[in-house]
Design a binder for this molecule. Sequence first.
Ligand SMILES: *[C@@H]1O[C@H](CO)[C@@H](O)[C@H](O)[C@H]1NC(C)=O
Ligand SMILES: *[C@@H]1O[C@H](CO)[C@@H](O)[C@H](O)[C@H]1NC(C)=O
Ligand SMILES: *[C@@H]1O[C@H](CO)[C@@H](O)[C@H](O)[C@H]1NC(C)=O
Ligand SMILES: *[C@@H]1O[C@H](CO)[C@@H](O)[C@H](O)[C@H]1NC(C)=O
Length: 295
Amino acid sequence: MNLAPLLLLIVLAVLTVNCQNVPQERIVGGYAPVPHSIKYIVSIQTTNRQHFCGGFLINRFWVITAAHCNIGVTRMVIVAGDYSLAIYEGTEQEVYPHFLVPHPHYNSTSNSSDIMLIKLRAPIYLNSYVSIVLLPKQDSSIAEGTMCRVSGWGYTSPTGGQIPATLRTVTLPVVSTEKCNSTRSFNGSITDKMLCAGYNIGGKDACQGDSGGPLVCNGRVYGVVSWGRGCADAEFPGVYTAVSKFRRWIDNTIFSYYSRFCHRVVLMKQTQSSPLLNNLLNAEGTRAAHIPGWC
Ligand SMILES: *[C@@H]1O[C@H](CO)[C@@H](O)[C@H](O)[C@H]1NC(C)=O
Ligand SMILES: *[C@@H]1O[C@H](CO)[C@@H](O)[C@H](O)[C@H]1NC(C)=O
Ligand SMILES: *[C@@H]1O[C@H](CO)[C@@H](O)[C@H](O)[C@H]1NC(C)=O
Ligand SMILES: *[C@@H]1O[C@H](CO)[C@@H](O)[C@H](O)[C@H]1NC(C)=O
């Protein structure tokens, strides 16, 4: 049994209290969507209920956000079903994280592998205000110019200014890596595990407070809001963690957790032709594992 590495990873993740200032990215140039129409997004808040990052639900027990949103497991609350952060709408579900799994290769200097899984203490209830979002399959690419949607509770202007009361959203085209990595733009800082989206002329972007949130293209979440230069600057699109490059890591991390800790149950369910394993391992562009609440 090679239980040790996973346990170590989990213990490290739980113990990690990242004391650096969380670089934050909010939606500039967008609009307020119909309330509760973007159901997969979550607000990640401090235990004092200060929103600081976005995230998204991939199944009832797991959220994805950016690794740079790691302020420590004991300091965070996940809020699903939210729209206005200022008003209690009765649709919110607050859940504490059980543990965090920041990507082991996350590098805060290069911003590479800026992705983190959050296992929740209790399952989120899926209803007309809350849903999961589909992941792309491993290494699937998205064509330049494809229109994608990014959403969040981040700043609505590059200079900070107004913090919006409600969720905001904006649609942006995917920018080719070549263009984004060129000397005119990010000059060599873009890796093949990053994705850029934005307009040449700027004006629409994610910004501080949107970090960790979902960039959804063709119905799947291809990007996690990661970094940029300012917000909505011309020639500088937003930079996202390319989720398709991490699909295997996501599946393996979640699968490891369930196979190690719920081995018997999984085997039992398997003989009863549970689609769990197939779901986790072969879900080519289908939904991330929908883990039932029995484990
Ligand atoms: C993190 O990235 C920086 C800049 O690319 C690099 O110099 C450094 O070696 C990296 N750190 C690790 C631990 O890989
Ligand atoms: C990493 O992101 C920060 C913004 O959060 C940016 O200032 C910095 O230049 C990025 N690092 C690299 C190597 O591009
Ligand atoms: C781009 O990066 C190269 C190598 O790091 C550097 O020499 C050059 O000055 C940079 N160009 C611009 C326009 O920043
Ligand atoms: C971006 O440019 C740097 C420097 O030219 C290069 O090393 C890197 O491979 C490029 N990234 C991609 C994804 O091609």
